[in-house]
Design a protein around this ligand. Structure first.
Ligand SMILES: [Zn+2]
Length: 259
């Protein structure tokens, strides 16, 4: 628990409303003060970057710029898609979960090609969206099959607020502790529910990776491939899954990790 912070575990972490505006984060000196590491410090030349994404698009939101920067210098990458994200339009009369899973697999593949990954650089586990916690042992055993001790692994923060994100983060932490992989936890939904400077969050562990123009452009283009998440959801909600505050965050010039 020390890595993620006992105090943060007491927070409600509810994901609701429009989320904390990006201007609030950018105006908070704590972000500018967070230590920056270079690409070589995050990922020594020659290591493989493995990103374990609970849902298609989380790999882009968490570290699309880091993926693009690593592939640009010939670095090996693997994205583990834990679920196909088939629950994002629950209740839709026009899109079945099977339609959505198919669509989102295509969207994630297109997005990853934009980031420089090859077709074979993705492992799809196909666990049920919204029920990762109940399938934790399957996730842990699947990760044991793909992770190598020298990998650097990124996944969602263990206290990110979304149940699938938290369960995935815990599974990855467990397997990394056993295999010796370095684990970087990316906050994704935390930026939505948290307040800048909240003393209960482990800001002292937050470190950044600054994106160059090419990486930032690739990240934004990769997110654009996730069209199902960017359009209003017919008959469900008038707003998309990825709303304006999230799109503002994707334009951020730094990606942050609890390390
Ligand atoms: Zn997600």
């Amino acid at each position: 628990m020390d890595v993620i912070g006992e105090a943060a575990a007491q927070l409600s972490r509810r994901i609701e409303g429009g989320g904390t505006p990006e201007a609030d984060w950018l105006g908070w000196p704590g972000l500018a003060a967070a230590r920056r590491l270079s690409l070589n410090e995050w990922l020594p030349q020659g290591v493989r970057l493995v990103v374990v994404a609970p849902h298609p698009d989380d790999e882009v939101l968490a570290c699309g710029g880091l993926l693009a920067s690593h592939t640009a210098r010939g670095g090996a990458c693997l994205v583990v898609a834990v679920t196909d994200g088939e629950a994002s339009h629950a209740g839709s009369s026009t899109l079945t979960p099977a339609d959505l899973a198919r669509t989102r697999r295509v969207e994630s593949s297109e997005g990853l090609q934009t980031l420089g990954l090859r077709r074979g650089d993705i492992a799809r586990f196909g666990l049920p969206d919204g029920r990762v916690e109940r399938n934790l042992s399957k996730l842990v055993s699947g990760l044991h099959l793909v992770l190598q001790p020298t990998d650097v692994v990124v996944s969602t923060w263990r206290l990110d607020g979304h149940p699938d994100h938290e369960a995935t983060g815990r599974a990855v932490a467990t397997v990394c502790a056993r295999t010796g992989c370095r684990f970087m936890e990316a906050p994704v939904w935390m930026w939505h529910w948290a307040e800048p400077g909240d003393p209960r969050l482990p800001w002292h562990r937050l470190m950044g990776f600054d994106l160059d123009e090419t990486a930032l452009a690739a990240k934004r283009q990769a997110l654009a491939a996730h069209a199902s998440q960017l359009a209003p959801r017919d008959g469900i909600e008038a707003w998309p899954v990825l709303g304006p505050t999230i799109l503002d965050r994707v334009a951020r010039r730094t990606e942050f990790f609890f390390a």
